[in-house]
Each structure stands twice: as structure tokens, then as C-alpha cells.
Design a protein around this ligand. Structure first.
Ligand SMILES: Nc1ncnc2c1ncn2[C@@H]1O[C@H](COP(=O)(O)OP(=O)(O)OP(=O)(O)O)[C@@H](O)[C@H]1O
Ligand SMILES: [Mg+2]
Length: 323
């Protein structure tokens, strides 16, 4: 059996539009993902993340190329694929007319477990996901956040080798989100492969062993966090808090064409592509301008890398490391 949970080769998806050329949502994507890792698909809105996930979960047919999950081809062996995956998509896919409890029960039964086991696992999931009060309600009567919780609970009900999560944390309160992140890590440690998309970079930074950044359906960078940070090793973040913000500072800093600049009250955060010595010079020049209450210089965060790689004015796209 394949050592890879996912194998994607030259994948293309075109959507046909009236009176316009077809839209290439996925444009020649190739990658492989090892079993047992947490793989993050990142990219701006419209990058092709959900489309890629839908192809991998057999919901959308690719225009060209091939994709396999646990060695099974998504086009030619869709049932074998579906038996091996649990999916949480951006649009909620729960049975709106069933109660929360019946949604969970029928999901476990679909995955071939007996009635006793289904009841046992459902009871545990209702408790773990704080859904006991909602257990008897029809899903259609729940808030968006609770519906999402029902969907995410399903992932932990069954032992499919691969889990797909499309922006799983949308609408989740921070405490539950933290619990889910911890549990995802445990699932990966048990050997399940987790494939997730997110816009929340700190989430990816914390969770993912392996990250692929997509832009307009194409890969722009791939690797673990450290590799990605190396890709933009000349990006530095500077955060400063002034006693009083010097006049005209925003305009001056904008002249430096920063990767990111946020000014809030007396605090400035700026990410720059420059040599370390230049960044330190800038820091000391700024420190001479006004009294500083706080100064910190650090290497690039995933957010800087992401902005740098996907901003419209980005120059040369770095080589995608071979995997
Ligand atoms: N069924 C469809 N018909 C036509 N175009 C589509 C369809 N589904 C997606 N697209 C287009 O394909 C592109 C990629 O969409 P996709 O949903 O995969 O992006 P995404 O990376 O998931 O974005 P987001 O971060 O907003 O969820 C977009 O331009 C979108 O408008
Ligand atoms: Mg999406």
C-alpha cells in the first residue's frame, strides 16, 4: 500500500462560465502528503482550496490530472475513497431534518459500526462537544456555530485514516477551538492524516507539520514551517510602541514598501523584506524619533510569508521545494 495518504498529479479543475473563458480554479497541482501528518492548504480567497478538497473527497470531478487518497483513485474508486475519509466542508453538510443525536448515530452506522458502538460513541461525542442540550433538536433549528460543531464531532466518531476539514474553526468559540486543535493533534499522533484549509494563519502555524500555499490554483510554496520561514529569511517583523506616535510616521514607513504595516494607537507593527542590519538601523532610527516603550525585532511569521508570496506585486515566485 502507498506510504502516502494523498497523491496529486497535474490536477486541473476548470469551471465553465457563460460568455467568459473557463475559470481555472486548480491549475496543474501536484503534491504528496505522508500518512499521519497534519497538512495545511493555505491561500487567499478563491485560491482553489475548497475545490481541491472537493476533488479529493470525490465531490467534484477534476478536468485533468489524477488524485488518490490512501492509494485509491478519486475518479475510478470513489467508494473506496469515501470509506476512508471523514469530511467537514465549508458549507455545512449535515442532515437538517434529523436531530443532532440521529445525525451522529447514522454517521457511525454508515461507517459500518454496530448499533451498540454507535450509541456509545455518539454519547461520548455529545458530551465532548457540549452538544447534550442540543441533542434532541433538529439541526435546521441550530445556529451556524452549533451546526459546525455537529460536523466536526463526526470526525472524531469514526476512525477513517484521512480527515478533511475546510475552515473547521469558523464560528467556533475559542475554548472549543482549542479543544478541537488538541484533539486533532492526538488523532494525527495515532496515525490519522489530517488535511485542513484555513485563513487563520496562527492556526496553521500551530497545527500543521506540512503546509502548501496556493495562489490562483497554483502552488507558491510548500514545506514545514521552518522551510517556509527560510523562504522568506529576509523578512523581519518590527513591533514598536511609542510614548506618542511621531507625526507623518505612517507615510514614511509606507515608503519602505513593507510586506505589512499596521498602526494602532501608539503601536506600530511592520514587516519588511530587508537585510537584518538594515532593519536594526531602522529600529534605532525610530528609537531616536520618540520615546519608545517597547521594541521587538523578530523573524517572519507565517502571515508575512503568506502576504509576501501572494501579494499582487510579489516579484519572483520562489521555487517550490521538491517533495
Ligand atoms: N461551482 C463553481 N462554479 C464556478 N466557479 C467556481 C465554482 N466553485 C468555485 N469556483 C471558483 O473557483 C475559484 C476557487 O474557489 P475555491 O472555493 O476553491 O477557493 P478557496 O480557496 O476555497 O476560497 P475561500 O478562501 O474563499 O474559501 C474561485 O474563483 C471560485 O469563484
Ligand atoms: Mg474555500
Amino acid at each position: 500500500m502507498s506510504e502516502y495518504a494523498l497523491e496529486v498529479e497535474g490536477l486541473v479543475k476548470e469551471f465553465h462560465r457563460r460568455d467568459q473563458p473557463p475559470l481555472r480554479a486548480v491549475d496543474g497541482l501536484s503534491f504528496r502528503v505522508r500518512r499521519g501528518c497534519i497538512f495545511g492548504l493555505l491561500g487567499p480567497n478563491g485560491a482553489g482550496k475548497t475545490t481541491t478538497l472537493k476533488i479529493l473527497t470525490t465531490l467534484v470531478r477534476p478536468t485533468a490530472g489524477r488524485a488518490a487518497v490512501m492509494g485509491y483513485d478519486v475518479l475510478h474508486q470513489p467508494l473506496a475513497v469515501r470509506r476512508r475519509i471523514a469530511v467537514v466542508l465549508q458549507e455545512t453538510a449535515v442532515d437538517l431534518f434529523l436531530s443532532v443525536r440521529d445525525n451522529l448515530l447514522s454517521y457511525v452506522r454508515f461507517h459500518g459500526l454496530d448499533r451498540y458502538e454507535a450509541r456509545r460513541r455518539t454519547a461520548r461525542a455529545l458530551e465532548q462537544f457540549h452538544l447534550l442540550d442540543a441533542a434532541g433538536s433538529k439541526v435546521m433549528d441550530l445556529s451556524g456555530g452549533l451546526r459546525r460543531r455537529v460536523q466536526v464531532a463526526k470526525v472524531f466518531l469514526v476512525d477513517t485514516p484521512v480527515v478533511f476539514l475546510d475552515e473547521f474553526s469558523t464560528g467556533m468559540d475559542p475554548i472549543l477551538k482549542r479543544e478541537v486543535m488538541d484533539r486533532l493533534r492526538q488523532e494525527a499522533a495515532r496515525g490519522r492524516t489530517i488535511v485542513l484549509t484555513t485563513q487563520i494563519l496562527s492556526e496553521a502555524e500551530e497545527l500543521c507539520d506540512d503546509i502548501l500555499i496556493l495562489h490562483r490554483g497554483r502552488p507558491v510554496a510548500r514545506g514545514d514551517l521552518n522551510t517556509l520561514k527560510l523562504l522568506s529569511k529576509d523578512v523581519y517583523e518590527l513591533s514598536l510602541t511609542f510614548d506618542a506616535l511621531p507625526a507623518g510616521l505612517r507615510e514614511e514607513l509606507e515608503q519602505l514598501a513593507p510586506v505589512r504595516l499596521t498602526i494602532h494607537n501608539n503601536s506600530v507593527e511592520i514587516a519588511l523584506r530587508a537585510e537584518e542590519s538594515r532593519v536594526l538601523e531602522l529600529a534605532s532610527a525610530l528609537a531616536r524619533r520618540a520615546q519608545l516603550l517597547h521594541l521587538e525585532v523578530r523573524g517572519a511569521s507565517l502571515e508575512d510569508i503568506f502576504l509576501e508570496l501572494t501579494r499582487p506585486t510579489a516579484g519572483t515566485v520562489p521555487e517550490v521545494p521538491s517533495v
